[in-house]
Design a protein around this ligand. Structure first.
Ligand code: OOG
Ligand code: NI
Length: 450
């Protein structure tokens, strides 16, 4: 904020996400190719559909579209997660939602750090899907001990970053140059390290337990493993990927394509096989590691608890016994009866909307006392869909698995452990649906006030 001379969380987050995108572009060139493709497809979608452009502009989403990304990291200990929460807090990001991936054979649970205020989301909705490895799910007690000891020894944050976080917490922000310094120091935590911290045999043991365990435990830090731009037409990007030399995942995760986009659809390209050097080994005998990939997402309207329950049930039905081949058809079939127009989604209480006066109608205050539905019918009030800002556990599992290769999946008797996660985090996670409810309620309160 200009007045205090401090860069606020929104500003710091924006600088961080920009620097992170530049870094990932250098580290993973295919990500750059994907960004270019998404920009082309988005521009075409906006040209083709002026009403889409108008709707995005009204919702403040047009400006954020070009800068919008999410990323993901995987952490190894409670201490790392708790400190990461403080780092992200300086960037105006809060932990939202709890995701249990153990049911899908991935030994992690997660939250998403993201901005929560309407205005912060509009400025830059940068989010980081942040997983915590569940050592309790490693069966071999000896290996569990080895992993724990390795993780206890590592320091993923620079001392300077920790000092700057403390200062920001103490004074409620950072001066511009210190904000830049914080961003640069934080990037150190997210960068790639091609030198493993363990020898080849240890890597192999951890990798055998689960590829993800090796990815989290064997490196100096929690390298950012993907960055995801938002597209307005995921089917078009998916179709165009091969021509640009990008190997896309076969299935798009999430709901089927629809007139009114629901929640979140995602697809990714395969993780790169990267050369790594093992500790204490002959430098001429390097190994390889696959962890880093690219992803795209298309965001749609946020669903209410009722809508979400319907979504979960229909998705489960489509997935039951689905072979890869006809999955798209089964999915579309399952969602046939789910309303696909905004007025019905709204009237049936399936999706969230933000209400606002259109500026039409009389100003004598009489129309403001008419029932809401009447005001909407008469064009006095407008209801715009609220975009879904979070993630989906089944989709996330699919994204994880597409990068695990043949070793996955296996299943860990499903056991969500939200309380343990929150204890590690040092704070409760926010309930994502409550945030949408509050946003909708705020817009209705504002209507009533005038
Ligand atoms: C995270 C996978 C989940 C998403 O967008 O749902 C994810 C990871 O691989 O660490 O990125
Ligand atoms: Ni992702």
């Amino acid at each position: 904020m200009e007045t205090t001379g401090f860069a606020d969380g929104d500003e710091i987050r924006t600088r961080f996400s920009r620097r992170m995108s530049e870094m990932y572009r250098r580290e993973v060139p295919q990500y750059g190719a994907l960004l270019d493709l998404v920009a082309d497809v988005n521009a075409a979608a906006l040209r083709r559909d002026p009403s889409l452009r108008e709707r995005l502009a009204r919702a403040g989403e047009l400006e954020r579209l070009g800068v919008e990304r999410h990323g993901a990291i995987r952490l190894g200990s409670a201490g790392e997660l708790a400190t990461m929460r403080r780092v992200f807090a300086v960037m105006g990001m809060q932990p939202v939602g709890y995701y249990d991936l153990s049911i899908a054979g991935v030994p992690v649970h997660a939250t998403a750090f993201r901005p929560v205020d309407d205005s912060s989301l509009a400025r830059n909705p940068f989010r980081v899907f942040t997983s915590l490895l569940r050592l309790d799910l490693i069966e071999d007690a000896g290996l569990r001990r080895v992993a724990t000891e390795i993780l206890e020894r590592r320091r993923i944050f620079t001392p300077r970053l920790l000092a700057l976080v403390e200062r920001a917490e103490g004074q409620g922000g950072l001066a511009g140059t210190e904000a830049d310094e914080l961003v640069a120091e934080a990037l150190q935590t997210f960068r790639w390290h091609s030198a493993a911290t363990v020898d080849k045999a240890t890597y192999a043991r951890l990798h055998d337990a689960h590829r993800l365990v090796a990815d989290v435990v064997c490196f100096k830090g929690p390298h950012i493993n993907h960055l995801t731009p938002r597209t307005l037409d995921i089917d078009a990007v998916q179709a165009a990927m091969p021509a640009r030399g990008i190997a896309a995942k076969t299935v798009i995760e999430g709901p089927p394509p629809r007139k009114v986009a629901l929640l979140l659809r995602q697809t990714s390209f395969k993780a790169l096989e990267e050369r790594i050097a093992f500790a204490g080994e002959d430098i001429r005998a390097p190994g390889t590691h696959t962890a880093r990939f690219g992803e795209i997402e298309q965001r749609g309207v946020a669903l209410t608890r009722k809508g979400r329950a319907r979504y979960d049930a229909l998705l489960a039905r489509a997935r039951r016994g689905a072979s890869g081949q006809d999955y798209a058809g089964r999915l579309a079939g399952a969602f046939k009866d789910f309303p696909d127009d905004l007025p019905t989604l709204r009237r049936e209480g399936l999706a969230f909307f933000r209400y606002a006066r259109t500026g039409r109608g009389n100003r004598d205050g009489v129309s403001a006392r008419l029932p809401l539905e009447t005001q909407i019918e008469r064009g006095l009030v407008r209801a715009d869909p609220i975009v879904y800002e979070d993630f989906l556990p089944v989709s996330a599992a699919g994204i994880f698995q597409s990068n695990l290769g043949e070793t996955g999946p296996r299943s860990y008797a499903g056991n969500a452990a939200q309380a343990a996660f929150e204890q590690a985090l040092g704070a409760p996670v926010l309930d994502e649906i409550a945030l949408y409810e509050a946003a909708q309620a705020r817009s209705l309160d504002a209507l009533a006030q005038r």
